[in-house]
Design a protein around this ligand. Structure first.
Ligand code: ADP
Length: 260
């Protein structure tokens, strides 16, 4: 439509005067909108071919067609890559929905028992950890619930916990906490993994930002995990804090306001 979007700043100036600054940001908003729509459309369009590829890969089973045993390894790689791409498309789609602040996303706000949620994420993390034999423990110091989207919060917390599992070495230690401070409810994931250099920390929640792209891609992540976490927390009036020391480990904390 024809309407303008303006940014207006009013500041005191020379005693009894005011300085008024008006900036026309219509074009910036329009471009942002185009970008959001583009990402949403691309991720949506990638779904269909991916479903077809996955469908055929499932049928190409060397157990049923012995002549396929020669190409078992390539088939295995194709399956793995199709799986990775599926995760990427899912993450892109979720992120673009979060980005557009789609009101219906995640359904009606619900009362969520965080202890039950973190307990089950912890159990999944142990499965993911598998042969790494890490110690993964959940410490509940609060029985507080949160109101919000169960699906979104599960996705945010899983991203943090699964990252800890992925980036922490064998026999490492991962502690998950649910606690209260005076003003906040806090979910923390602490690991004794490699840690992250200070210079990278402010950029971690950018899309596709990775500390070591070559190495991390092989760990199976999409590079969108922490961007999703940041958006989900914003949708719940919360924020993320990262504290990390190279060689010692990392701590990711999600802060939520205590409901008023
Ligand atoms: P990815 O899919 O690559 O894990 P994320 O957005 O989840 O993407 O994380 C961004 C980057 O932050 C990762 O590539 C990794 O370099 C770093 N990172 C995240 N969590 C940890 C952690 N627990 N320990 C060390 N590095 C981490």
């Amino acid at each position: 439509d024809e309407s303008l979007i303006l940014n207006i700043h009013i500041t005191p100036y020379n005693n009894d005067q005011r300085l008024v600054m008006i900036r026309d940001v219509t074009e910036r908003y329009r471009l942002e909108r185009v970008r959001q729509d583009f990402v949403a459309n691309v991720s949506h369009e990638l779904r269909t071919p991916l479903t077809v590829i996955n469908g055929y890969l499932e049928v190409l089973d060397p157990d049923m067609y012995p002549e396929l045993s020669k190409v078992e390894k390539p088939l295995q790689m194709m399956r793995q890559q199709a799986l990775n791409m599926g995760h990427l498309v899912d993450d892109l789609l979720l992120l673009s929905r979060l980005d557009a602040k789609e009101p219906s996303l995640g359904g009606k706000p619900q009362l969520i028992d965080i202890n039950i949620m973190l307990d089950s994420i912890c159990a999944e993390a142990r499965v993911l950890s598998g042969e790494k034999s890490q110690t993964i423990l959940f410490h509940s110091h609060s029985s507080a619930t949160l109101t919000g989207s169960e699906k979104q919060l599960r996705s945010a917390f899983s991203n943090l916990v699964f990252n800890a599992v992925r980036y922490t070495q064998q026999e490492g230690r991962i502690d998950i906490f649910w606690k209260e401070t005076q003003n906040h409810l806090v979910m923390t994931v602490k690991d004794n993994g490699p840690g992250i250099e200070q210079e990278h920390i402010p950029r971690l929640t950018e899309r596709f930002y990775r500390v070591d792209s070559g190495r991390n891609r092989s760990q199976g992540g999409t590079g969108l995990g922490l961007a999703i976490v940041k958006h989900v927390l914003e949708m719940h009036d919360g924020y993320l804090e990262v504290d990390s020391t190279v060689g010692k480990g990392s701590e990711f904390s999600c802060y939520f306001p205590k409901s008023s």
